[in-house]
Design a protein around this ligand. Sequence first.
Ligand code: CAA
Length: 258
Amino acid sequence: MAYENIQVAREGSIAILTVNRPKSLNALNGKTLREMTQAVRELADQSRALILTGAGDKAFVAGADIAEMAPMTPWSAREFSELGHVLTALLEDIPCATIAAVNGYALGGGLELAVACDMIFASENARLGLPEVTLGVTPGFGGTQRLVRLVGKLRAKEIIFTGEMVDAQTACRIGLVNEVVPQAQLLAHCKKVAAKIAERGPLAIARAKRLVERGYDMPLRAANRQEAETFALLFDTQDRAEGMKAFLEKRPARFVGK
Ligand code: CAA
């Protein structure tokens, strides 16, 4: 499938999706959101890990496209917001791991995309923020909800209400990114983490992801029951038999996803 605003690359079982509108700092217009959604759906089935990044060395994604939003009516803004919600929910729902390689500005919709990923690695020059209030609107792709869950209410409100950016080191300190790496090594670092995940049992990764995502909004006892059921169900899989056999035979496991 040929895309206009994104690039998709496959390296074995790892996929790399690059938002490719560097002239507007990879801002997300409707077409880009639709292309990303389609690509993520396609890649999810064929990949063990998906890396999201932005073209160029300045921005991951500098937010939703302000030029496209400026003439929107409340109804078209609602539809636009839904596009972002579909994509961010999809990133949480797909069975493969998602890694945001934040290689510069991750603002507004860009940060909202990153916080919907399973992990975030940032380059030293990264700046993260939700500047929507400077434009007279709220975050629209889940930022008010996911940011709070990641960094807590006090820090999330400071970031949302001031519209100020935080630098990469601060983001790391408050738990908004996993790790900060030099820009030249960012993609290689993300690929290394992705490759590690790709070696593991894919059913186990998919189920662990679902348990974390679904369990987050559930009471602890109910979520733990779900964990026990999932743990038990995986005992019926070839991968579980292979994983334990390989350990006992002191060799690497060969997982097949069954
Ligand atoms: N939408 C559209 N175009 C954008 C953009 C955006 N979010 N961010 C940057 N651009 C464009 C600029 O208009 C500029 O285009 P021209 O060259 O045609 O003038 C180009 O990208 C380069 O940007 P700057 O010249 O502004 O670069 P800079 O280095 O001086 O500043 C910046 C970088 C601080 C990131 C600045 O571009 C900026 O503040 N961008 C907007 C950030 C923002 O407000 N994002 C939130 C959008 S709202 C949102 O995302 C809503 C939601 O939740 C759904």
